[in-house]
Design a protein around this ligand. Structure first.
Ligand code: 13P
Length: 239
């Protein structure tokens, strides 16, 4: 399992449903890694094997995984199949999966447990919608997502949490720096066991705001969508 404590910050590129072989080749040739940081690229699963990650600063991650271990589940990929293909990380519970694919805290919980069993580090996404934020429900929503979605086997060495406010994803909007730090602090203090967890921020991260966000005391890195698709922009973020 990757030793997360070796790195000063963690940056995860979530390509979502974008990219192809030539995009990947070009991206890889132009990618400029920072030796202090852990950089994780999450392409669509079919491209995971094409990413050359024999470098201690670059890893690949899947964007989702089955909640089942094996069997008659057409279209699914299991945690053991990811392990078999040297995948070290996997996003779980992304809000787009919760919204469009009926992901629940219970299925998130099973997925994380399966990944941990295979020594794959889940990047566990949590976050509130704008309506929930406006109704002062952020703390309650995050608390439920964390308590019901994270199994007991998760700890700060084998799992990462990513705070992604749903209303900040792809909108150009972000919480204030103070808000981000406060929410991360809240997450780390939900329970004694979360205090040392790495907590990443995601939602409209770009080169103009990544430095100030990453420098916040309670932020351990960023999860980046749109801006990770432009390699020059991503290079600036991870530099
Ligand atoms: P954007 O960076 O495009 O807002 O997406 C964030 C995200 O969903 C990363 O998982």
């Amino acid at each position: 399992m990757v030793n997360l404590d070796k790195y000063s910050s963690i940056f995860v590129a979530n390509w979502k449903l974008n990219g192809n072989s030539s995009f990947l080749k070009d991206y890889y040739e132009k990618l400029k890694l920072n030796s202090n940081n852990c950089t994780i690229i999450c392409p669509p699963s079919i491209y995971l094997k094409s990413l050359k990650t024999n470098n201690e600063n670059l890893f690949c991650g899947a964007q989702d995984i089955s909640s089942f271990k094996e069997g008659a589940y057409t279209g699914e990929l299991s945690a053991s199949m990811l392990k078999d293909n040297n995948v070290d990380f996997c996003l779980v519970g992304h809000s787009e999966r919760r919204q469009h694919f009926s992901e629940t805290n219970s299925s998130v919980n099973s997925k994380i447990a399966n990944l941990i069993e295979q020594n794959i580090i889940p990047v566990i996404c949590v976050g509130e919608t704008l309506e929930q934020k406006d109704n002062n429900l952020t703390e309650e929503i995050l608390s439920t997502q964390i308590k019901n979605g994270i199994p007991n086997s998760a700890n700060y060495k084998n799992a990462i949490i990513a705070y992604e406010p749903v209303w900040a994803i792809g909108t150009g909007l972000t919480p204030s720096l103070d808000e981000i730090n406060k929410v991360h602090d809240l997450i780390k203090n939900f329970d004694q066991k979360f205090i040392n967890f790495k907590v990443l921020y995601g939602g409209s991260v770009k080169s103009e705001n990544s430095k100030e966000i990453t420098e916040l005391s309670r932020v351990d890195g960023c999860l980046i969508g749109g801006a990770s698709l432009k390699v020059e922009e991503f290079n600036k973020i991870i530099s």
